[in-house]
Design a protein around this ligand. Structure first.
Ligand code: ZN
Length: 233
């Protein structure tokens, strides 16, 4: 079955790929826009971009409930072990590193942002994820500014790029257009906007600009909406 992807608001995404359920940045219980609570999701893997509470979210609760393996940067992974997640269920990475997982290959990419844990402890450096799946290659930029190395991330071809457009804490709509030109994905989806008043954006205006300024097809899901990827590689 082709890879399915559902937006759960903010930077939370659910991938169904290779018969596995993969959650990204599961911020649900305290998210004003999430269509479900943590109790309503299941995951076998959780990818965590950095330690801020709007990304870490309900990782610990979901991991304990489902037995999911959590993949994060090294410092976040060590913090998670202190929250009594089992050693073998936590995987630490660092930017530039990649590893094969049962659902596909995961590369932890650079991101220009900050990272700290809710208790104030050091959260290492934030990152994004480049996923090479059976039928698609997807880049989740996660929280970041625009950076020129996106050119390299897109060099192998991307079926989908997921970019923040909220501005203030991440790149905004204008910089996302430059990011799309550097990444050159077939499709692009926005996130990290409209969660709170300080990151309000008009996604339809953004989509029109993507169509007129880039070669990518914009996809603007509503929270809870699922779409299909893959089949093109
Ligand atoms: Zn964030």
């Amino acid at each position: 079955m082709a890879t399915q992807i559902t937006w759960l608001g903010h930077n939370c995404w659910l991938l169904e790929t290779a018969g596995r359920l993969v959650l990204i940045d599961p911020f649900l219980n305290d998210s004003p826009t999430a269509p479900t609570k943590a109790s309503g999701v299941y995951a076998e893997f959780i990818l965590l971009s950095h330690g801020h509470s709007d990304h870490l979210g309900d990782t610990v609760e979901i991991a304990k409930k489902t037995g999911a393996t959590v993949i994060a940067n090294y410092e976040v992974s060590e913090w998670l072990k202190k929250q009594s997640l089992a050693e073998e269920k936590v995987v630490g990475m660092n930017p530039g590193g990649g590893m094969q997982q049962p659902f596909g290959h995961v590369k932890f990419t650079i991101a220009h942002h900050s990272s700290s844990m809710p208790d104030g402890s050091y959260g290492g450096v934030p990152g994004g994820f480049l996923l090479t799946l059976d039928d698609a290659r997807i880049y989740f930029a996660c929280d970041t500014a625009l950076f020129l190395d996106m050119k390299l991330i897109g060099a192998g071809g991307l079926d989908l790029a997921v970019l923040p457009i909220g501005d203030r804490f991440t790149m905004g709509p204008d910089d996302s257009l430059d990011a799309i030109k550097l990444l050159n994905p077939k499709r692009v989806a926005p996130c990290h906007y409209n969660t709170w008043p300080d990151i309000v954006q008009d996604a339809e205006t953004w989509a029109a600009q993507v169509r007129s300024h880039t070669a990518a097809e914009p996809i603007v899901p509503k929270p809870g909406q699922r779409f299909t990827l893959g089949g093109g590689r």
